[in-house]
Design a protein around this ligand. Sequence first.
Ligand SMILES: [Zn+2]
Ligand SMILES: [Zn+2]
Length: 76
Amino acid sequence: MANFYCKWCGRKYSSVSSLTAGSCSANPDGKKHELYEGSEKSEYTCKFCGREYSSLTSLTMGTCPKSPTKKHQPAL
Ligand SMILES: [Zn+2]
Ligand SMILES: [Zn+2]
C-alpha cells in the first residue's frame, strides 16, 4: 500500500484525499497538508541547504537558514 506524505510536516497518510482534508500547522500559508510529490526514500535532502535526514518528519521539524519559510523543505 502506498504512503503519502505532507511536504510541510511529514505526516503520513494512506490516501491523498485524507492528507489534503487535514489542516497543517507547518504550512506557511496556514491551511491544509500538501502532498510531497517525490518518491519514498531512505534519505531526504533539503532543497535549500542540502542537509540529509532519515525521515520527512525530522527534515520538516528543523530550521533552515537558507529557506524562505525558515524550514527545511524536501527535494523531490
Ligand atoms: Zn502537513
Ligand atoms: Zn535546509
